[in-house]
Write a protein that binds this ligand. Structure first.
Ligand SMILES: [Zn+2]
Length: 263
């Protein structure tokens, strides 16, 4: 029997059987973990209001083996991130982030990766409770999540030869995970997205900014559209699915598309 004690974020919770819940948790040293919370829907004592989405918890989980399904023994609420539940755009962004984590986080992944991902998710949820809920944050969150998982796109130099791009536009090679110079971008344009250097600079800046500062980054409408295209293709290539909350987010924003925030 292995026991894990520490922090967790609730990524998902569904009813199971008569009185149990099955939850997906994000744990700093494990990654994503599926746990059964026995009698969670009957006993308010053991898990008092703690298994709601986004909740930051302190948990005790036991597992019969070193990997696989866990049993939630205890859960205490550290933070419910209340403001995320009170504003539709905040809620949509937090749902997007949490779904991203649920899909991307490895189960029993490398500890350095899972810890980076957990720290990112926690600080992003925290930032969302105080920052102006700017829909552009979704792009930055997605980029930062890839970065935390070691899938940082190459934005400054050609991924094949290291050359720095000089012209105003450059190709982003989705499968190679970064930009490619003219010399390497001539063999077939399939899988290549054309972007302006300004877009790449803005995205690079978002990778190096504090999470709480992301909402202050300037992005032109053109940069938003290009960044969306890169991330959409990058996401599809690496993960191969569309997030449910993506549509919900689009619908909760006026006009359906991400637009530049009005200052
Ligand atoms: Zn090159």
């Amino acid at each position: 029997m292995a026991v894990i004690e520490g922090e967790a974020i609730v990524l998902r919770a569904v009813d199971y059987g008569e009185s149990d819940l099955i939850a997906h948790l994000l744990l700093p040293d494990v990654g994503r973990m599926t746990v059964v919370a026995k009698h969670a829907r009957k006993s308010q004592k053991r898990f008092p209001g703690s298994l709601d989405l986004f909740n930051h918890l302190r948990v005790r989980v036991s597992r019969k083996k070193l990997s696989g399904l866990g049993f939630l023994e205890q859960a205490a609420l550290i933070s419910p991130f209340i403001p995320l539940r009170e504003n539709p755009v905040r809620y949509a962004l937090a749902s997007y982030l949490i779904e991203l984590m649920d899909r991307m986080a490895p189960e029993d992944g490398a500890r350095a990766d899972t810890r980076r991902l957990f720290d990112f998710a926690l600080s992003a949820l925290g930032a969302l409770t105080v920052e102006f809920p700017d829909p552009r944050l979704r792009l930055f969150f997605e980029l930062r999540a890839f970065d935390a998982l070691g899938l940082r796109p190459g934005l400054a130099n050609c991924v094949r030869c290291g050359a720095e791009p000089r012209t105003g536009q450059v190709g982003f090679h989705v499968a190679d995970g970064g930009i490619i110079c003219e010399a390497h971008g001539t063999d077939g344009r399939a899988g290549i997205v054309t972007v302006h250097l300004g877009t790449l600079r803005a995205l690079a800046k978002s990778l190096d900014s504090e999470i709480g500062q992301l909402g202050r980054l300037q992005l032109s409408t053109q940069a938003i559209e290009e960044a969306q295209e890169i991330l959409f293709r990058f996401h599809r290539f690496h993960l191969g699915f569309e997030l449910k909350s993506e549509r919900f987010l689009e619908e909760s924003l006026s006009g359906g598309r991400l637009t530049a925030a009005t200052p």
